[in-house]
Design a protein around this ligand. Structure first.
Ligand SMILES: [Fe+2]
Length: 331
């Protein structure tokens, strides 16, 4: 089981010279929230978890979501300093590589991405040239590492459980929590992907919830219940009071039972196979073949079918079926 540091990293200096500007962009096809964060004083910006649109039926990628982010950079005359991934997503392709080609910036993720790359290099039987050492990214964050967006200090936090490599980013008075917590009425992320672990996720979440109660939390996905509009901003105090899976008083044993029970009935994410082979390459498509075309690989009879497929196939390599899509997913 991956280790989770027991104390929150509270390394940000008290001096916060500028308020952080936050703009959220919701992709209703995948339920993903991407963000442009910027320091108004220096006009330096970071993008968190950008989405590359992908049409599974045609195999075509488009940049509608990424173009919204680029338009915001342009409109506010922002310079892109960082493209921050919280983890190798299983529900959407990353637009990090596309954005870097248009606007620059350094693509960063947690250093444990190497473990995810090694797992999926084997699963996809990737080309020999693909090395699981993180070199596809410009920077690999260690737990507790500080960095800056303009003059605003930030801290990278390793929050494993959903995957072994998940990161949260504490920036100014807020934290981008990735796939740990969702909105309080939705709960938490699934923990059944390869290298995922419900107890580890619980400890990562409690680490985040040990931050001051007024700390703003921004989630990576929202799958709003019927009648509620998509939302993405909450607070530590709100999560501790109301999160349906991990409010104060829920023990680790209770959470693990709840999480594992739920994960056993989730379907496989629609885009897991297209997504991960691109996202472990920092959003680059696979190398073109001799005809100049990039191809995605679909390993046959390796992943389990989810409960919806009514098969007796074995679960995901780590131990379960899964789900995705804005309707009923925990990814
Ligand atoms: Fe995820």
């Amino acid at each position: 089981m991956p280790t989770v540091p027991t104390a929150p990293a509270l390394t940000l200096s008290a001096a916060r010279p500028h308020p952080l500007a936050v703009e959220a962009f919701f992709d209703d096809r995948t339920g993903t929230v991407s963000y442009v964060l910027s320091d108004p004083a220096t006009r330096q910006a970071a993008i968190v978890d950008p989405v590359l649109d992908f049409d599974l039926k045609s195999g075509r990628t488009t940049t509608t979501q990424a173009d919204r982010l680029l338009a915001h950079l342009d409109a506010h005359r922002l310079s892109l300093q960082w493209i921050l991934e919280t983890h190798a997503h299983a529900d959407h392709l990353s637009a990090a590589h596309h954005l870097q080609g248009r606007a620059g910036g350094r693509i960063a993720i947690g250093e444990h991405i190497r473990e995810v790359q090694a797992t999926f290099r084997k699963l996809y039987n990737l080309e020999r040239e693909f090395l699981p050492d993180g070199r596809q990214f410009d920077h690999l964050f260690q737990d507790g590492e500080t960095f800056f967006i303009g003059e605003i200090e930030a801290c990278a936090l390793h929050v494993p459980g959903h995957t072994p490599a998940d990161m949260a980013y504490r920036i100014a008075d807020a934290v981008w929590v990735g796939d740990t917590l969702f909105m309080p009425d939705v709960g938490t992320a699934r923990a059944d992907f390869p290298g995922g672990d419900a107890a580890t996720l619980f400890r990562s979440i409690r680490r985040l919830l040990a931050l001051p109660g007024d700390t703003r939390l921004f989630v990576c996905h929202d799958y709003p219940p019927a009648g509620r509009a998509p939302a993405w901003e909450t607070t530590v105090a709100d999560q501790r009071a109301r999160n349906i899976h991990v409010h104060d008083g829920v023990s680790e044993v209770d959470f693990v039972a709840l999480r594992q029970g739920r994960d056993a009935h989730l379907d496989v994410p629609t885009l897991i196979l297209p997504s991960i082979q691109v996202n472990i390459r920092a959003g680059q498509l696979p190398p073109p073949e001799c005809d100049g075309v990039s191809y995605l690989k679909i390993p046959l009879n390796v992943l389990a079918a989810g409960p919806d497929a009514a098969t007796g196939a074995p679960p995901l390599p780590n131990g379960s079926a899964s789900s995705d899509g804005p309707a009923a997913t925990d990814d």
